[in-house]
Write a new protein. Structure first.
Length: 155
């Protein structure tokens, strides 16, 4: 059975793009560190996994994970959700703030460094590894990622 589009591992170049976004967010944080309210930053960064990942991970240890846990993960890890949260924050606070970089930083690190995309109910909730194995002849990128995506096996 072929993987659903949302369950596919991220292509190594796609991961590299997310790593670049992660580094850009980290650089902005470093440049504006004195202006960052670190309490809200930590809260926003952690909330993505506390609300989106933790419930499904706990349920996965106990047995089959219900569909709502996958939906909750995808909602918490969606760039669209992050834009809405940042927009609401801005509307309520009356101004944007550097702590909101926690949202794209979390998403970029998850996708770039860990290879985690949105989840499909046809895959394990917490896969052992999303690393893309290198093959002989592939050009290696940072962290052992090959330049060429691995071939898909026919079902």
């Amino acid at each position: 059975m072929p993987l659903a589009p949302s369950a596919r591992p991220l292509h190594p170049l796609e991961r590299l793009e997310w790593v670049a976004a992660c580094l850009a967010c980290a650089a902005l944080l470093a440049l504006h560190a004195p202006d960052v309210r670190w309490g809200p930053f930590v809260l926003l960064f952690a909330a993505v996994d506390l609300l989106g990942y933790l419930p499904g991970a706990v349920l996965a240890r106990r047995g089959p994970v219900p569909r709502w846990a996958f939906a909750l993960y995808n909602l918490a890890h969606s760039a669209l959700t992050h834009v809405v949260v940042a927009g609401l924050w801005w509307a309520v606070a009356g101004r944007p703030e550097w702590a909101l970089l926690a949202l794209p930083l979390h998403l970029a690190c998850d996708r770039g460094l860990l290879g985690n995309g949105l989840k499909s109910t046809g895959e394990p909730f917490s896969p052992a590894s999303r690393a893309v194995p290198a093959r002989a002849g592939d050009v290696a990128l940072p962290m052992g990622w090959p330049l060429v995506a691995p071939a898909r096996r026919a079902a």
